[in-house]
Design a protein around this ligand. Structure first.
Ligand code: ATP
Length: 463
């Protein structure tokens, strides 16, 4: 639970990046992310995703699922319950040790994580060196199940999805007959009673995780850890995250959990410093052993070749969907000055993570154009994530699509009625080409393919 941030990098790639307020404001103005329960004055560190935000989140999840499950023979998916038997959290260690050290400022009474304080100075009031002793604060959110409100009915909202994979190890193994090495993946909500929740959706109490537990022979585990470091970095290239703002950082011996032989974080350079985007942890055999001991069930793997039972070791890449979305917004945001002196705000999102791939824009809201534009829309929307917009001037609509990151806009004008051709406008270059409607889908597909980021081969990744 350490805050992996520092400002020590000399080659600061965050320069020129938008500040947080700009991103928060765009997110709200355009419908990516709203403060939760805004009509009631909001609710600390809770956010609701708007129409564009949910499209982006869906894409992020799908791309992860595609890379981690569908394109692989060695990983399968599950969805475990968010609220499960509290014995799980006893065994995993979360009930006893999942905590952050908390202190209060003696001057302004602000409460904060001890490891978030820099230079012994209160971030709220600037007082130096006046804090209470640190107390361990458990991060699990609890609730009551059933009609009786006492300790026996207490249950917890999961603080990570990982344990769902461990407690289903046996079920998955017997139903899929997977041989080592194999992985179990899951996407779903997790909850932590975080104390410091600044930086928008970077750290919230309710968030969504994408985690995969990769079970392997103990002797191969360090090699698999190396493999997943590269493979996961590679996935961020696929999303279009600027490689210069990404780095891998191996945990120091002091940072490592007692059961871990190696853990690395994929970090991103934000305006406030480097921050963890994804953790790639070597969890050894800790979790399976804990659950075997606490449940009394044997959670081993029978190796038919060696004729022996063994407890596999585990490599776990774990990331939050919300944090990826924030990273993508930061990375894509640009304010540009056009040749005619006008300014535009643009999100240079890769096509696969943009809320829409194509916008259909009739030149004006005109009776003659409407049916033709709708015909083009009906042709395109089953094949691409498409928006239709006919409000206000065409210039303003281009600006609006730029601002939400739509890579291609198709303009339907009065000539279209006669020549059955439309204009494709490119978000990044603003170049326009005229194409027959009959060729439109193919042209869009080709152009989107060209816009997809180059993804190096696994062996070409340097870590
Ligand atoms: P941190 O040090 O930032 O609290 P952590 O090391 O506790 O994170 P993990 O338990 O490794 O985080 O969780 C894996 C991933 O889940 C993180 O890399 C992050 O992307 C995401 N994540 C964790 N906590 C939160 C949160 N409160 N809000 C949003 N995303 C989160």
């Amino acid at each position: 639970m350490t805050e992996a941030t520092s400002n020590s990098n000399a080659d600061d790639q965050s320069e020129g990046q938008a500040d947080l307020e700009t991103i928060v404001s765009l997110a709200k103005r355009r419908g990516f992310v709203f403060p939760s329960a805004e009509i009631y004055g909001g609710f600390a560190a809770a956010y609701d995703y708007g129409p564009l935000g949910v499209e982006m989140k869906r894409q992020i999840r799908d791309l992860w699922w595609q890379a981690m499950v569908r394109e692989r023979d060695d990983i399968v998916g599950i969805e475990a319950a968010i609220i499960t038997n509290p014995a799980v959290w006893k065994a995993s260690g979360h009930l006893d040790t999942f905590s952050d050290p908390l202190v209060d400022c003696l001057n302004c009474q602000a409460r904060m994580r001890q490891d978030h304080i820099e230079d012994d100075t209160c971030p709220e009031c600037g007082t130096v060196g006046k804090f209470t002793e640190a107390r361990e604060f458990n991060l699990m959110l609890s609730t009551q199940i059933g009609p009786v409100q006492d300790e026996s009915s207490r249950a917890y909202l999961r603080p990570e999805t990982a344990q769902g994979m461990f407690i289903n190890f046996e079920n998955v193994q017997t139903t899929t007959r997977k041989r080592l090495p194999f992985g179990i993946a899951q996407i779903g909500k997790s909850f932590r009673n975080e104390i410091t929740t600044k930086q928008f959706i970077f750290r919230t109490r309710e968030f969504e995780q994408m985690e995969m537990e990769f079970f392997c022979y103990p002797e191969d585990s360090l090699q698999w850890h190396e493999y997943w470091k590269k493979e996961r970095l590679r996935w961020y290239y696929r999303l279009g995250v600027n490689p210069d703002r990404l780095r891998l950082r191996d945990h120091t011996a002091e940072e490592l959990s007692h059961y871990s032989d190696a853990t690395s974080d994929i970090e991103v350079q934000y305006r406030w410093g480097w921050g963890e985007l994804e953790g790639i942890a070597h969890r050894g055999d800790f979790d399976l052993k804990q659950h075997a001991e606490h449940s009394g069930k044997s959670l081993t793997y029978f190796d038919t070749d060696r004729n022996e039972h063994l407890v596999p070791h585990v490599i776990e890449p774990a990331v939050g969907v919300d944090r990826i979305l924030l990273t993508l917004l930061f990375d894509a945001y640009a304010e540009e000055e056009l040749e005619n002196g006008e300014k535009r705000t643009v999100l240079h999102l890769a096509p696969d993570v943009a809320p829409a791939e194509v916008a259909i824009l009739p030149l004006s809201r005109n009776e003659r154009l409407g049916p033709t534009a709708k015909r083009v829309y009906d042709l395109i929307r089953p094949q691409f994530r498409t928006q239709y917009d006919d409000a206000q001037s065409i210039g303003r609509r281009y600006r609006r699509q730029d601002e939400i990151g739509t890579p291609l806009a198709v303009t339907v004008d009065f000539d279209t009625i006669d020549d059955d051709a439309v204009t494709i406008r490119d978000r990044d270059t603003m170049e326009q080409i005229r194409v027959p409607i009959a060729e439109l889908a193919n042209k869009l597909r080709t152009r989107l393919e060209e816009l997809r980021p180059h993804v190096p081969e696994h062996d070409e990744i340097n870590v």
